[in-house]
Design a protein around this ligand. Structure first.
Ligand SMILES: [Zn+2]
Length: 250
């Protein structure tokens, strides 16, 4: 009887791809020392770039020169599925073209896109892919509460769709790490261990860096929680990927 020997399992590509959405440029910039401490590279998905000040542009440039990626998150942070009902040209004219032109004037040429509000459909995706974005990032949530009732809770390690397989997939989901996700450090450690074992990249994202419980409509993640993730990824010798790097890694 012949035994087929399995290829030796390697984990040389195992990593984590963390991104941040919206327009918290100063707050993101303040995380620079933490990123440097763990040699972490991340992606910042910027929305409403028309309102970028010269100071914010210069901060984004510094982050980019540190190795981080500046991605695009829409001109008006609109509902793409509604905008595209009036045709792809309408969607492009309102959500894509003006913002990309502001980004270009500021010196940025984004190659990754995060769907505002996680709202999209196949038609939206095809317009974005045809516009030259290498990778489109959607939203995954591990727990859902409705009117205070827990509807479901999934451990991140049991969510295969938040792991990048290095199969050149261009439409991906990242797990929300904001405070209201209810994720624990133990779950994140397990999720990172799974990336290591399976030689995949765990995809995570958040919004505003917070230093305490969210208040007055704030939405974002706890900075010490992010630091624990970076520290654990570094300890497990995981690679840090930007979103476009995922699509580029064979
Ligand atoms: Zn957003």
């Amino acid at each position: 009887m012949m035994h087929c020997r399995q290829n030796a399992q390697t984990n040389e590509k195992a990593g984590v791809a963390i991104s941040f959405d919206d327009h918290f440029i100063n707050e993101w910039f303040a995380l620079r020392p933490i990123f440097q401490k763990y040699n972490a590279k991340v992606t910042f998905f910027v929305t409403c770039p028309d309102s970028l000040t010269a100071d914010e542009v210069s901060k984004l440039k510094t982050l980019q020169s540190d190795g981080h990626e500046i991605g695009f998150h829409g001109t008006i942070h609109g509902k793409s599925t509604e905008l595209i009902m009036a045709g792809p040209e309408n969607y492009k004219k309102i959500e894509l073209a003006p913002g990309l032109s502001y980004m270009a004037k500021a010196g940025f040429n984004p190659t990754s896109y995060a769907h505002p509000g996680g709202n999209h459909n196949d038609q939206v995706d095809s317009v974005l892919l045809a516009s030259g974005f290498k990778i489109l990032r959607d939203v995954a949530i591990s727990r859902r509460k409705i009117m205070g009732f827990q509807m479901y809770a999934l451990a991140p390690r049991l969510m295969p769709w938040i792991y990048y397989d290095f199969d050149s997939e261009r439409i991906v989901d990242a797990l929300l790490i904001d405070e209201d996700s209810g994720l624990t450090e133990a779950e994140m450690k397990e999720a990172l261990e799974k990336a290591k074992t399976d030689n995949k990249a765990l995809m995570l994202f958040g919004h505003e860096p917070l230093y305490g419980k969210p208040k007055n409509g704030e939405y974002g993640f706890d900075v010490p929680f992010l630091e624990q993730i970076l520290k654990e990824a570094d300890r497990q010798k995981l690679k840090f990927y930007t979103m476009s790097e995922l699509a580029d890694t064979k």
